[in-house]
Design a protein around this ligand. Structure first.
Ligand SMILES: C[S@@+](CC[C@H](N)C(=O)[O-])C[C@H]1O[C@@H](n2cnc3c(N)ncnc32)[C@H](O)[C@@H]1O
Length: 352
């Protein structure tokens, strides 16, 4: 197979690892499986730690502490006093979620902003637990078949995607960032769900408008209520439309396209449709389910998770080929904690 050259942004994670931020590293995605550094952040460092953070009682402890205020104490460096908090803190230290500072004060040890936001952490942990329970009891975990609370928990947790766009991606997308800064950007939210990403992005960039696509009427009803609650009904258009049916042209500055949730045929058609819908110079952001090779567990976990999410895992070389065949250029990987994120750009007119 012909090599596909893309750039991988050096990890921006905190601590010493931030030192290399902003220096793209040339890498050959065609040979990714053989690369020693082909590991999602966290995953490569310790697959065991990742699985400990996913343990049901660790998730339960995170959710409880996030809901009761104990987690906020940890974030603020304040002491814990309740026995249950101290016992759970011991569990969370062992799981790698926090580290001790004194006997009763701790600090967050996971390099992911979600862990400093108790509400997001509670939403995320509860979503994982609910989903696991549904799966365990033979209920479908397909998006939309879950109860509204689960959908809202996950949807709201996914809203942090907007912060990732704002804080990590826009600074690296000079053809797109000015439109957001000027409050005149047009955002396409594929798989809008309960619209958490659009809502958060519009809160951060007033004046921005968005179109959200989804295929599930019940989920779109939840989205309508969320959008109305944020007084954003005039700025966010919710459409009952598959990305495979999108016909818009040259409209959007930025499109969010979550590959793991979209069935493969719709994803393949969608890549072309979203490409057409972007303005020249506009960019696509793709959270992707790429099976890590750091460990057999991490790989199998990614495949299993994408299958349950309604989409499928995809190799980086396959993905790069699909995006390039559609006309996208400048494919860049932005590792973000355990999430793999890609950006790809529609060439500006002069270069097409
Ligand atoms: C992870 S969920 C959405 C999370 C979202 N950020 C939120 O705030 O709720 C992914 C969404 O993609 C939608 N989806 C799946 N296939 C789709 C398709 N072909 N076109 C548009 N949306 C699709 C699902 O129905 C689901 O609502």
């Amino acid at each position: 197979m012909e090599a596909v050259l893309v750039r991988e942004q050096t990890r921006r994670a905190g601590g010493n690892r931030a030192a290399g931020a902003g220096h793209p590293v040339a890498s050959n995605w065609g040979t990714v499986p053989g690369r020693s550094d082909n590991q999602g952040p966290g995953v490569g460092e310790s697959p065991v730690r990742v699985s400990a953070l996913e343990h049901p009682m660790v998730l339960a402890a995170l959710s409880r502490m996030a809901s009761t205020g104990a987690w906020q104490h940890i974030v603020d460096g304040k002491p814990l006093s309740e026995d249950i908090d101290l016992v759970e803190a011991e569990l969370l230290v062992a799981a790698g979620a926090i580290r001790p500072v004194t006997d009763d004060t701790f600090q967050v040890a996971v390099d992911d902003p979600m862990y400093t936001n108790p509400q997001a952490l509670a939403d995320w942990s509860q979503y994982q637990l609910r989903r696991a329970f549904q799966h365990a009891t033979g209920q479908s975990t397909a998006w939309g078949s879950e109860d509204p609370e689960t959908i809202l928990s996950f949807g709201r947790a996914s809203g942090r995607g907007a912060d990732v766009i704002a804080d990590l991606l826009l600074p690296q997308l000079p053809m797109v960032a000015p439109a957001f800064a000027a409050g005149r950007a047009f955002f396409l939210d594929v798989g809008v769900g309960v619209a958490a990403i659009s809502i958060r992005l519009l809160e951060r960039y007033p004046g921005t408008r968005a179109v959200g696509l989804d295929v599930l009427p019940d989920v779109l009803k939840l989205a309508e209520a969320e959008v109305a609650r944020g007084a954003l009904s005039a700025s966010i258009e919710l459409r009952m439309q598959s990305v495979a049916e999108l016909r818009d042209q040259d409209q959007y500055d930025l499109a969010w396209f979550p590959q793991p949730f979209v069935p493969r045929p719709a994803f393949l058609a969608g890549v072309h449709n979203v490409f057409r819908a972007l303005k020249p110079g506009g960019a696509m952001v793709l959270p992707v389910a790429i099976p890590a090779v750091a460990s057999e567990f991490a790989r199998a976990r990614a495949v299993h998770s994408a299958f349950l999410a309604g989409g499928s895992a995809i190799t980086i070389s396959e993905l790069a080929e699909i995006l390039q065949a559609a006309g996208l250029v400048d494919l860049v990987e932005h590792p973000f904690h355990t999430q793999r994120l890609l950006t790809a750009t529609k060439p500006p007119l002069a270069k097409r």
